[in-house]
Design a protein around this ligand. Structure first.
Ligand SMILES: [Zn+2]
Length: 233
C-alpha cells in the first residue's frame, strides 16, 4: 500500500495561479497555498489523493481526471477556482458541491478499467457504437458521482449540473458527451437502469440490439437508483 504525502504545489502551478488571478482583477489571498493544502487534506481523509499538475493541462477551463487508484489530477485552472470559491469566507456552496461531484464522476470513470468493461473500450469501436458506449459511460459517471459523494441525491446532482450547464451555455452533443441539457434530462427522468441505456441508444441512433443488450447486461453496470424518484412528466 502506497502512503501518499500531501504534494507540494509546483513552481509552474504557482506561477500560473498568480498570473490568472491577477488577470481576473482579484487580489490573490496570502494564504492561497494553504487553501489548496486544505482541499488536499480534506480529500485525503476520504482516501482521495489530489495532485495539482501543470503538465496535465494548461487549459483555462478547470479540468480534473482520475488517473491511478483514487488519485485525481487537477489542472492549475482548477486550483484557481478552488482558491477563489472554495475557501470558507466565500461560502460558495454550489462550487463545493460541483467540486465533490467532479471527483465522484471521475472516480466512477476510473472504475470501468478495473472491470470487464475494458473490453468495450470506446476507442476500438466503430463511430456510432463508440458514441453509444461513451454516452452510457458519461451518464453512468454522473449517477455514480452522486452515489459516491452526495448519498445518491438526485437533487444535489441536478443543482450541480445546472451550475455546470450555466458555465457551458453552448454545450452540444458530441462523440464522447451528450449536451448538458441531455445529461440533465437523463437525471430528471431516469435512474441508471436498462431503461436509460435504451434511451441513450435511441438518442444516438444506435440500433444494434445485440450490442445494446450486451452493454445492459454487462456485469459492470449495476443499477444506480437516486432519491427522490425521477420526475415522470
Ligand atoms: Zn466524464
Amino acid at each position: 500500500m502506497i502512503k501518499f504525502i500531501i504534494q507540494r504545489i509546483s513552481f509552474s502551478t504557482r506561477k500560473y495561479i498568480k498570473k490568472r488571478i491577477s488577470e481576473l482583477g482579484v487580489d490573490i489571498p496570502n494564504n492561497y497555498i494553504d487553501i489548496l493544502k486544505e482541499v488536499q487534506k480534506k480529500e485525503e481523509q476520504k482516501g482521495i489523493h489530489i495532485i495539482f499538475s501543470y503538465l496535465y493541462s494548461q487549459s483555462n477551463h478547470p479540468n480534473a481526471n482520475a488517473f491511478l487508484g483514487k488519485s485525481m489530477l487537477l489542472n492549475p485552472e482548477y486550483a484557481v477556482s478552488l482558491i477563489l470559491y472554495y475557501n470558507d469566507n466565500c461560502n460558495n456552496d454550489k462550487f463545493r458541491k460541483a467540486f465533490e461531484q467532479t471527483i465522484g464522476h471521475e472516480l466512477t470513470h476510473k472504475e470501468r478499467y478495473q472491470e470487464k468493461y475494458k473490453q468495450l473500450t470506446p476507442f476500438r469501436l466503430p463511430l456510432k457504437k463508440m458514441k453509444f458506449t461513451a454516452w452510457v459511460n458519461e451518464a453512468h459517471a454522473d449517477f455514480g458521482g452522486t452515489q459516491k459523494m452526495a448519498s445518491s441525491s438526485r437533487q444535489i446532482l441536478l443543482e450541480v449540473m445546472e451550475y455546470k450547464k450555466a458555465q457551458h451555455p453552448d454545450s452540444k452533443d458530441d462523440c464522447s458527451h451528450p449536451s448538458w441539457e441531455k445529461r440533465i434530462n437523463y437525471v430528471k427522468k431516469f435512474d441508471f437502469t436498462n431503461e436509460l441505456i435504451e434511451q441513450i441508444a435511441k438518442d444516438v441512433g444506435y440500433k444494434n440490439q445485440k450490442f445494446i443488450d450486451k452493454v445492459k447486461a454487462y456485469a459492470y453496470y449495476a443499477e444506480i437508483i437516486l432519491s427522490p424518484a425521477p420526475a415522470n412528466d
